[in-house]
Design a protein around this ligand. Structure first.
Ligand code: C2E
Ligand code: MG
Ligand code: MG
Ligand code: MG
Length: 287
């Protein structure tokens, strides 16, 4: 630990803090120069209906393979891109890329599902955000119901009225809207009172200990009941075990996303997954 005498008194810098901010600066400057078409790609994580075990949709997740560092996790670079404003261009790239990919799957007869895209709070407050989304999706030639927009609770923090209007505009245009990481924000309840959305994504932190923690079971159960009485669906994130799945089924949660069903898959592997699902559905219909 390094102790420094500042003009305004004592200041403390830990080695760790310095390394942390240096890394953040390096990431910010690399992001600025990044050739998105070369360094970025999307992976797709399948989502399953709990009632019948069938594939129902997917979440598109961004991956950045830096030419020197290799894989940098979105948990690390997305917050930095939000601070620098680069998230706006990244968000545009993500939506265009996903819509284009969806078009290809639909052309191949495999695209009868919706794919969720994460939207950052900064994207969400852009005045032309809804218009841009509508145009991008229309230009790719896919119906808006194929795209689900994931928002976190923080989007409404600064301007709840504008956020409410944007959510309604998206839903009126036919997009699905879900709240990501539900339950971790400061105002989950007031959020629900104000905004009509299609789905709540129950945060991983409530799912992880479902087998051991009675409080988490009570919270999940309450979220599901509340969502259903408000006409919303629920999906549990980060489901890794059969035990968690069994509890979620008992609590009437609608869908799961997690390593138990599938990890996020590169586009070509996901496409094979889609083909396998179709084949299974086909034979189920015949039999
Ligand atoms: P998120 O939207 O809540 O995405 C779910 C995260 O949980 C993903 O991490 C996914 O890989 C991980 N996950 C899924 N199943 C399991 C499981 O069973 N166990 C565990 N331990 N983890 C699981 P990932 O891909 O690292 O993304 C992290 C976060 O980065 C995302 O959280 C999202 O907030 C952000 N992010 C990712 N892609 C994008 C993007 O295209 N745009 C924006 N704005 N944010 C993105
Ligand atoms: Mg998400
Ligand atoms: Mg989440
Ligand atoms: Mg998250």
């Amino acid at each position: 630990r390094v102790k420094m005498e500042g003009r305004n008194g004592l200041r403390f810098f830990s080695q760790d803090m310095q390394e942390h901010s240096l890394r953040a600066l390096e990431i910010a400057s690399s992001l600025k120069q990044a050739d998105m078409d070369r360094e970025f790609h999307m992976v797709f994580q399948p989502q399953m209906s709990i009632a019948d075990g069938r594939f129902v949709g997917a979440e598109a997740l961004l991956r950045w393979v830096h030419p020197v560092w290799g894989n940098v996790s979105p948990g690390e670079f997305i917050p930095i891109a939000e601070q620098s404003g680069r998230i706006l261009e990244i968000g545009t790239w993500v939506l265009r890329h996903v819509a284009h990919q969806m078009r290809q799957w639909r052309d191949a007869g495999l695209g009868d599902f919706s794919v969720a895209v994460n939207l950052s709070a900064l994207q969400f407050v852009q005045t032309d955000m809804v218009k841009n989304i509508i145009e991008t999706v229309a230009r790719a030639g896919i119906p808006s119901r194929c795209i689900e927009v994931e928002l976190t609770e923080t989007v409404a923090l600064n301007n709840p009225i504008a956020a409410g209007q944007a959510i309604s505009a998206l839903r009126n245009a036919g997009f699905l809207v879900s709240i990501d990481d539900f339950g971790t924000g400061y105002s989950s309840m007031s959020y629900l009172k104000r905004f009509a959305v299609d789905k709540l994504k129950i945060d991983q932190s409530f799912v992880r200990e479902l087998g051991k923690d009675a409080d988490d079971r009570a919270i999940v159960s309450a979220i599901v009941q509340m969502a259903h009485s408000l006409g919303m669906k629920t999906i549990a994130e980060g489901v890794e075990t059969e035990q968690q799945l069994a509890i979620l089924k008992e609590k009437a949660c609608d869908e799961i996303q997690g390593y138990l069903y599938s990890k996020p898959l590169p586009a070509d592997v996901f496409e094979q997954f889609l083909r396998d699902c179709r084949q299974q559905d086909g034979s189920a219909n015949l039999g």
